[in-house]
Design a binder for this molecule. Structure first.
Ligand code: ADP
Length: 511
């Protein structure tokens, strides 16, 4: 027994002073992690010094259970429920884990209620930082709902919260019973002590999640690349995309994590440097735009909401008709600005996700995006088989909005370029029509122009990568669109208009 106790104390010491945790089937080693010593940890150290083996043994046995449970988690979203399922915290009803990657405009807010994980929400960085600083400054880590964070935190009454500061992330975890019953001393200690286990766990899973995400984004973009690519790490081939028939179809993209001495090279065939940089530049701009829109939405939503509310209140109080109409205009414009920002950022949100969209409104927004390149050319949206103006005539489809935006955007720009190529100056007689034709369970979206159309000799070639008739064209637009259409489970069809001039590109999607 003496021996066993001695071993356990050694283990606890190791746990507190090192960064290496070894469980039966698990081994985790990270770069040195500094633990700030909480009251609880200090208590263990003092206990160690006083050699209270019994007490330590009990606590340690208990902690071992916790560690096992926590280390069985592989994603942050599983964490809140796992915390609530820990026996010493089981009387709490809700648990939030808020994670902010340093430098990003938003954080993630993971929630579990009654032991079950709920939907993850976003939290604006200002709100996250306010809470983080508050929690950091607090000694006893007990708070109550008077905190003005009702939108972000689903808690009532008292709650316990603690911050964890990692190299790349800031994390807050908090539990609430949704009552005003104060947490017991034991619960407070257990809650504080949890940070000791959460710290290395979070380092592990957050880094893994980031790497997985990077890998996924990289894999998707490489897989859909219309040309042959071979990626090598330190001279060894680690990825080849599908267009290379002779190579193995390796999906194990082991690029990340990258050590400083690692060398990754990418071999491309048939590309000129200019073509690559134009496309890369375009995709970088699109993703930057997405991030910018998200930031803008968070920065502008609150002031616009305030403006809208205040002008509505003032409007209801004033008796002067002129002031009333000005205030009405202010509130309407604030409302409109809120809607515009929301709709735009919806276009770029969740790149991988399929969503339900209102087709007419969606196309209308994409048309706004093409405005600068289609100036002077009339554009209209024609609806067949449904009427977006009537109360129940709207058409909703489930699709990936990011892919569809790119497709319609590219086709419209091509149409405008074809019109402009053929004429010099006056495009007032020209027209681009986006026709949305519903038939049973499908809708055909066509981009129709009255430009010169495609010459018969070129029809076979237009979807091939690098085929272009434009001086500054890359010839990649249509082949990328075709790839994106495949991702939506469809394909793009082309025909020259007859008897009228011009070209029609269409894609059919399920309703
Ligand atoms: P790029 O626009 O860089 O040339 P694309 O792949 O988008 O590359 O288009 C390939 C070619 O298809 C164009 O160069 C053009 O000749 C032809 N094309 C595409 N859209 C139209 C259109 N609406 N009308 C006439 N020709 C078109």
């Amino acid at each position: 027994m003496e021996d066993q106790n001695f071993t356990r104390i050694k283990e606890v010491k190791k746990l507190l002073s090192s960064n290496s945790f070894e469980l039966n089937n698990f081994e985790y080693k990270s770069k040195p992690v500094r633990f700030s010593k909480s009251i609880f940890e200090k208590k263990i150290l003092i206990s160690l010094k006083l050699n209270k083996q019994k007490e330590i043994e009990q606590k340690y046995l208990h902690k071992e259970e916790l560690r096992k449970l926590l280390f069985s988690i592989s994603e942050v979203k599983e964490l809140p429920a796992a915390i609530l399922n820990l026996p010493p915290l089981s009387s709490f009803e809700s648990c939030h884990v808020l994670v902010h990657e340093k430098g990003k405009p938003v954080g993630q807010n993971y929630l579990a209620l009654h032991g079950e994980n709920e939907e993850t929400k976003l939290i604006a960085v200002q709100n996250f930082n306010t809470l983080f600083n508050l929690v950091k400054k607090s000694k006893n880590k007990i708070f109550n709902q008077s905190l003005s964070m009702k939108d972000d935190l689903s808690v009532v009454g008292n709650f316990l919260a603690r911050e964890i500061d990692l190299k790349n992330y800031s994390v807050i975890y908090l539990v609430s019973r949704n009552s005003f019953l104060p947490p017991s001393i034991e619960e407070q200690e257990e809650f504080q002590g949890l940070s000791l286990f959460l710290h290395p766990l979070l380092v592990k899973i957050l880094d893994k999640e980031k790497n997985d995400l990077k890998k996924e984004v990289l894999r998707k973009s490489l897989e859909n690349f219309p040309e042959k690519i071979n990626v090598k790490k330190n001279g060894l081939s680690i990825f080849t995309n599908k267009s290379d028939e002779t190579a193995f179809e390796n999906s194990n993209l082991m690029i990340f994590p990258l050590e400083t001495e690692d060398q990754v090279t990418m071999e491309l065939s048939n590309f000129s440097k200019d073509q690559i940089s134009t496309e890369l530049y375009h995709s970088q701009r699109v993703s930057l735009l997405g991030e910018l829109l998200n930031t803008l939405q968070h920065e502008l939503s609150n002031p616009l909401f305030g403006l809208n509310l205040t002008s509505s209140i003032l409007e209801s109080e004033t008796t002067n008709p002129e002031t009333e109409s000005i205030l009405n205009e202010i509130s309407q414009n604030a409302n409109r600005s809120q809607t515009i920002i929301k709709n735009f950022s919806n276009l770029y949100n969740d790149q991988q996700e399929f969503k339900i969209i209102n087709l007419y409104r969606f196309i209308d927004e994409v048309m706004t995006l093409t405005k600068s390149e289609t100036r002077e050319i009339a554009k209209s949206i024609e609806c067949i088989g449904f009427d977006p103006g009537s109360p129940d005539g709207d058409l909703e489809i489930t699709t990936n909005p990011t892919c569809l935006t790119q497709i319609i955007f590219n086709l419209t720009i091509n149409a405008a370029q074809a019109i402009k190529e053929n004429q010099s100056g006056d495009f007032r007689k020209n027209h681009i029509v986006i026709r949305l034709a519903r038939l049973d369970d499908e809708v055909e979206i066509s981009v129709i122009d009255d430009g010169p159309g495609v010459k018969n000799d070129n029809i076979q070639a237009i979807f091939q990568p690098f085929f272009t008739t434009k001086d500054s064209g890359t010839g990649l637009g249509l082949s990328i669109c075709q790839n994106l259409a495949h991702q939506l489970g469809s394909k793009i069809e082309f025909k020259n208009n007859s008897p009228l001039n011009g070209a029609t590109f269409s894609i059919t999607l399920p309703v």
